[in-house]
Design a protein around this ligand. Structure first.
Ligand code: 13P
Length: 339
């Protein structure tokens, strides 16, 4: 394993004002988002959509790495240019989602375990040859009356650690994503407790599996109340709860943390990331940025709506959201930037 290369790559992904773009919706998820807007759910339309994204002018000013899904790695523009090559030409490092989705965990009602370790070493080798340099694996932790169970947390943590080790062995930086989802009516305090437990367990598993902590990136949730909770914390309260939790659980040697958005409204996600930098820049040992999917893409997807004549305006909206989040990473985002 070449830890120096991995460490350099991880730092490159976290550089300056930049964040990651998670354009790795599985075919099922992408189709679901298309269906909500009446966009045809075909390979041709998924290709058009990914074409719009990778070719968005100025995306490279804000995005250091783009997480793709397997289908996208083989797709190209109308004139035959692979999307991977377009990203590389723009200086955006291409990455790949390698988990095969979260399935119900037998014996643990309401809980999930992520699949995809079988054959992973070979898939990673092939992805490396295709030019992909980092990977992502998402574990799902749900809060409910008796869940999450310790078994679910531990199983997912071990799976994440095994995945991370496979990635580093193949020369790809692992993005380790244990997502405590926002479904439910739990309090912000409950989310903090569960996320703290999950992150302690994940870093213990990473240590036990001999993962190079300098050559990985953590992709966590922000600390937020459940979607059905009446609590409405301010951005500063979310920032405080989130950074406190991360300071307690994430070793200082980890180069970077890049949040998922989890279904938060786009402007809220920017404001909360901004508050973290505004209030805690002095005490955070790692780079702190974004790896959003919905909070960067959703407004663009709605504007595009499957129509060629809307591509330019959708691209502008996509790059605009990325610019807001990059401003937030520098603690310079303001609500006045929204239009
Ligand atoms: P969201 O930002 O929409 O939560 O997606 C991030 C992601 O990569 C989920 O795996």
């Amino acid at each position: 394993m070449n830890t120096t290369l991995l460490d350099t790559l991880a730092k490159q992904l976290m550089q300056g004002n930049k964040g990651l773009l998670a354009m790795d919706e599985s075919t099922a998820t992408c189709n679901k988002r298309f269906a909500e807007l009446g966009i045809p759910q075909t390979e041709a339309y998924r290709r058009k959509y990914r074409d719009l994204i990778v070719n968005a002018p100025g995306l490279e000013d804000y995005i250091s790495g783009a997480i793709l899904v397997d289908e996208t790695t083989r797709q190209s523009t109308d004139d035959g240019k692979l999307f991977i090559d377009i990203l590389k030409q723009k200086g955006i490092i291409p990455g790949i989602k390698v988990d095969e989705g979260a399935i119900p965990m037998i014996g643990f009602p309401g809980e999930k375990i992520t699949e995809g370790l079988d054959g992973l070493a070979d898939r990673l080798k092939a992805y490396y040859t295709q030019g992909l340099r980092f990977a992502k694996w998402r574990a799902v932790i749900t809060i409910g009356s008796d869940i999450p169970s310790l078994t679910c947390i531990k199983s997912n943590a071990y799976t994440l650690a095994r995945y991370a080790m496979f990635c580093q062995d193949a020369g790809l930086v692992p993005i380790v994503e244990p997502e405590v989802v926002m479904d439910g009516n739990h309090s912000i305090q409950k989310c903090a407790e569960v996320t703290t437990e999950v992150l302690h367990t994940v870093f213990n598993a990473l240590y036990q599996h001999r993962v190079d902590l300098e050559g990985m990136i953590l992709k966590p949730n922000m600390i937020l109340p459940g979607n059905d909770s009446a609590e409405k914390p301010t951005a500063d309260q979310v920032a405080e709860a989130t950074v406190k939790c991360l300071l307690r659980t994430v070793p200082a040697t980890v180069p970077g943390i890049a949040f998922l958005s989890g279904g938060q409204p786009a402007a809220d996600a920017s404001e909360r990331l901004n508050s973290m930098h505004k209030l805690f820049d002095d005490v955070m040992p790692w780079a702190l940025t974004y790896s959003f999917s919905r909070a960067v893409q959703q407004p663009a997807l709605e504007l595009w709506n499957g129509k060629d004549e809307h591509i330019a305006v959708a691209q502008e909206a996509l790059v605009f959201r990325a610019s807001c989040n990059s401003a937030a990473k520098m603690g310079k985002y303001t609500a006045a930037m929204e239009r």
